[in-house]
Design a protein around this ligand. Structure first.
Ligand code: MV4
Length: 532
């Protein structure tokens, strides 16, 4: 077990806000950009941070920036970041008094929250009971109904058979949606548009639910056509105060993976924000919620909103809320866990506009296949209103062991149009060489007229995909490709390079360096070919 300690980091640097006294040292049971985000929050509060890392992450930014780092095992998450028992042991050994789980991995495992508490450590998240209450979709629905939070018309009891399913569907009217009670992420979901389809749909939904969750319970909801996905951020302290922090518009998604998020939503008026906020707070209070959490809603075309589920963790897209609300959510997770009361009783109004693009190592031109490799070059966008929450540096190796999200690019501007312009500028500044990324695809989405009008639903991206992929590459990509193609052609013809302009000594080596070994050159050739 390797352990590193930094000597240049005093427990509390001058000028920082005093650390909540009960939190002196936090173990971060995560990796990548969110682990680094939590390290930064700890530093600003004068709290010591302990990173953990697998074989694949020994030189990762979250490891480098934390005060201490502990090696926890091989690359596969099941043998490292998911080893809850081991992580608790490590926390005890290094003298941490708390564990922050980030998102994904162990963040929503009820047993882990319980085990952390049982070990005498502070869990920086909601109570295990609240995680459990929101873990089952039908239990969450029952809880929301009791709290007066609107849910989609439907049932809360598992269906017994196809006959019962048909009777209930007829009552709510087609189309209906069959959903797995233990579900999430769209698994075990079937749209049923007419009575004849229901028996087959029920059987396949039950089979899929059984395989995915070990539980074949399936229930019925009215199917909402063409809604937006709008979620409400909440913060709840240990003293019974819970506030809503406005909405995030998360409709731009593909296969349940969000690609762009923004705050506020073009579809949410101050009155709707107030009603959705109250609905989210009521559901959270009914679950005994403490810490940061998010209620997911469908916002239908007629303006009705329906509670779907609650995410009992900090979410990937939390920065857009931080920017428009002027609140550091991760700092507040730490302060709440330390017992500090929330300083406000009323929901603040959002100010300005924030947009986030999830930069992934996926190749949109190739069915979003994960792309692997070494980051050979990285130029991070900067300048007014730009924030980069990233987990990579030059030299990082992107493999297949973890999620393909490399970083989040977030912008903040006075209004939506200027936020879009700022994001386009920032995406153009961004250079990632070595793996394929979603960068250019993000530029294509932002250029779309419907997106620019805010005219988006949860179906928008998947419906637009063929058009977006067929679109001409952006002008600056074509220009770069043309220049690269000219250089390559020149080198291929054996022309002598001007001194200092090409990386290698001989024309043949130059050609190889640009065309083969250099991923940028390769990409340029592809772009140049695509033009022709
Ligand atoms: C729905 C729905 C339409 N009507 N429920 C997808 C995953 C799960 N969290 C809930 N989901 C949906 N539930 C009714 N009654 C449409 C979806 C849905 C969806 C919701 C949020 C974000 C993206 C989505 C993509 C496809 C379907």
């Amino acid at each position: 077990m390797k352990q590193r300690r930094r000597s240049d980091s005093p427990p509390q640097a001058a000028g920082t806000v005093p650390a909540p006294r009960t939190l002196q040292k936090v173990l971060i049971a995560n990796r990548g950009e969110i682990a680094l985000r939590i390290v930064r929050a700890c530093q600003e509060l004068g709290i010591r941070s302990v990173a953990v890392y697998s074989d694949a992450d020994a030189t990762a930014p979250h490891v480098r920036e934390a005060d201490e780092a502990v090696h926890i095992g091989p690359a596969p998450a099941a043998e490292s970041y998911l080893r809850g028992d081991h992580l608790i042991e490590v926390a005890k050994r290094v003298g941490a008094d708390a564990i922050h789980p980030g998102y994904g991995f162990l963040s929503e495992r009820e047993w882990f929250a319980r085990a952390v508490r049982a070990a005498g450590l502070i869990w920086i998240g909601p109570p295990a009971e609240a995680i459990a209450a929101m873990g089952s979709k039908t239990a969450a629905r029952t809880l929301a109904i009791a709290a007066g939070t609107p849910v989609v018309p439907g049932t809360t009891e598992p269906l017994r058979d196809a006959e019962e399913a048909a009777t209930i569907a007829a009552r709510f009217g087609f189309p209906v949606l069959l959903k797995a009670a233990a579900g999430g992420g769209g698994k075990g979901m079937r749209i049923v548009r007419e009575a004849g389809e229901i028996a087959g749909a029920l059987a396949s939904a039950q089979r899929e639910a059984k395989n995915a969750f070990g539980d074949d319970a399936v229930y019925v909801e009215k199917y909402i056509e063409g809604p937006r996905h709008v979620e409400i951020q909440i913060l709840a302290d240990q003293h019974g105060h819970c506030i809503a922090l406005g909405e995030r518009e998360c409709s731009v998604q593909r296969r349940h993976q969000k690609m762009i998020e923004e705050a506020p939503s073009v579809a949410v008026t101050p009155d709707l924000r107030k009603r959705m906020g109250e609905a989210a707070v009521a559901a959270a209070k009914a679950a005994g919620y403490v810490n940061a959490g998010t209620c997911e809603f469908l916002l239908a075309q007629d303006g009705q909103f329906y509670f779907l589920e609650m995410n009992t963790r900090i979410q990937v897209e939390h920065p857009v809320t931080e920017l428009v609300m002027g609140i550091d959510l991760v700092q507040w997770q730490l302060r709440i866990a330390a017992g500090e009361p929330l300083p406000f009783r009323e929901s603040p109004a959002p100010r300005g506009w924030a947009i986030e693009c999830r930069i992934t190592s996926e190749d949109p031109a190739n069915g979003f296949l994960p792309s692997t490799g070494r980051i050979e070059h990285l130029q991070v966008p900067t300048g007014p209103g730009v924030r980069w929450d990233g987990g990579i540096t030059r030299g990082s190796v992107v493999g297949l062991s973890y999620d393909p999200m490399l970083a989040k690019l977030i912008v903040f501007a006075p209004d939506r149009a200027s936020a879009i312009a700022r994001m386009e500028r920032a995406l153009r500044e961004l250079v990632i060489d070595g793996v394929e990324t979603s960068r250019e695809f993000h530029l294509r989405m932002l250029a779309d007229e419907e997106f620019r009008r805010g005219d988006i639903t949860i179906q928008w991206l998947e419906a637009k995909l063929p058009t977006l992929l067929a679109a001409r590459p952006p002008a600056e990509t074509v220009r770069a490709a043309a220049i690269a193609a000219a250089l390559i052609a020149s080198a291929d013809r054996g022309a002598a390079a001007a001194p200092g302009q090409l990386p290698a000594a001989s024309p043949a080596a130059s050609s190889a360096a640009i065309a083969g070994a250099n991923a940028w050159g390769r990409k340029a050739r592809v772009e140049a070919l695509r033009r022709g």
